[in-house]
Design a protein around this ligand. Structure first.
Ligand code: SF4
Length: 388
């Protein structure tokens, strides 16, 4: 971070607490492609700055930091854990210090908001109180109107959850694993029901009374607890349907030197990508759980191929005519999304669709959609090239 006029800051502290958030996700915007060099830009796995979407869908840059990297818990993948050899030096902000740094970054046009997570510190309620005080100072003293995402620490009191919701735009409680037994493999000292689900329920209950513009989110580490994709998928549904979550984020496990899991194999990034795809098919396309299940193999894992293609092959008995297909049929065709399905519906009110070129002009990826469509009884290509 460059100098902030009029602010005395400890660069080692800012760096350590920024890097400490590398597994805290608030967006899924980095590329899965490999970029040469260790200091690229746009990588959400690096701490310090990240992007997120506000309640009205605007993308904003956030100062992403821990309040403290001191933690008495024992999450086996985490460099801040009490068992990690990597957490020799601990740092903490004070509420005044962190509020001033955030405002300094905002005034120098480097950020538009704050993403604040933390280790537990001495006690979860004491640390949560100080995190809340930071946002209270930002809102009250500094008149900060920017976006704030606040992590709810495991085991925080209901009163703290309410205060966090009154000040922040978004709050999140990290699930980390899809079930109690899987969490026990990752973080033996965390209780799935008491520390996590009970806090998510507080947020849900309070949502009727407290305005939380960007809602509640969570995240799961993928591949560290030997869990299947199906276990993650079932939990994802539970989160959307029972806890009213706005988003679920995934983070493919990467071993970190000094942690208990340092020798564990890293998870392939395509697995995270395929989970985001099935999440998208449910959340944005509105596909039902049973429909999506065909994308999983008998062991409960997603294949490394587009799940929408596997679902479409199962869903369609024969190609459909875009001139007469329903909206719900159109969005199930690979290469057609909600936007292009709406454009097709609008266009055919004015004229008949006669060629695949008409669809390409509406944003349809005809190379993928072709095998599922017929115009005037003719199909331009077959499924053979997709199914081996
Ligand atoms: S609660 Fe777990 S993941 Fe969070 S800082 Fe502590 S040890 Fe790390």
């Amino acid at each position: 971070m460059g100098p902030l006029p009029g602010l005395k800051i400890d660069p080692a502290k800012v760096d350590a607490l920024g890097r400490g958030t590398k597994y805290d996700l608030c967006s899924s915007t980095s590329t899965k492609r490999k970029v040469e060099g260790s200091h690229g830009i746009g990588d959400v796995l690096r701490g310090g700055l990240c992007h997120s979407f506000t309640g009205n869908g605007r993308c904003v840059s956030l100062f992403k930091t821990l309040y403290t990297n001191a933690c008495p818990l024992d999450c086996r993948y985490c460099t801040n854990s009490r068992n990690s050899r990597g957490s020799a030096r601990t740092f903490s902000y004070s509420p005044e210090e962190l509020a001033r740094i955030t405002v300094g970054l905002y005034r120098s046009n480097r950020i538009e908001g704050l993403f604040l997570s933390s280790g537990i510190g001495r006690d979860e309620n004491e640390t949560m109180e100080e995190m809340i005080e930071t946002v209270r100072l930002l809102r009250g003293i500094h008149r900060f109107r920017g976006y704030v995402h606040l992590k709810i620490l495991p085991g925080s009191s209901k009163e703290h959850v309410r205060e966090a919701m009154e000040l922040a735009d978004r709050v999140s409680v990290n699930l980390e694993a899809p079930s109690k037994s899987r969490l026990a493999d990752l973080c033996p000292s965390k209780d799935y029901e008491r520390d996590i689900l009970a806090r998510q329920r507080y947020v849900k209950e309070l949502s009727g009374r407290v305005d939380l513009p960007a809602g509640q989110t969570t995240q799961m580490v993928v591949g560290a607890a030997e869990e299947s994709d199906r276990e993650i998928f079932d939990r994802l549904f539970f989160e959307y349907e029972t806890m009213n979550l706005r988003r679920v984020y995934f983070s493919a496990f990467r071993p970190v030197a000094g942690t208990t899991f340092e020798g564990k194999e890293k998870e392939q990034s395509w697995r995270e990508h395929r989970l985001y795809q099935v999440d998208w098919l449910h959340r944005v396309y509105g596909l039902k759980r049973e429909e999506i299940l065909v994308a999983f193999d008998d062991d409960g894992f997603l294949r490394n191929g587009d799940p929408k293609m596997a679902i479409a092959v199962n869903f369609f008995d024969s190609p459909i005519d875009p001139n007469s297909a329903s909206f719900s049929e159109l969005i199930r065709v690979p290469g057609i999304g909600p936007k292009s399905a709406r454009r097709i519906s609008l266009l055919r009110k004015e004229k008949r669709i006669e060629r695949m070129r008409d669809l390409a002009a509406l944003g349809v990826v005809v190379r993928r959609a072709g095998p599922f469509l017929k115009i005037d009884g003719k199909c331009s290509t077959t499924l053979d090239r997709w199914i081996r």
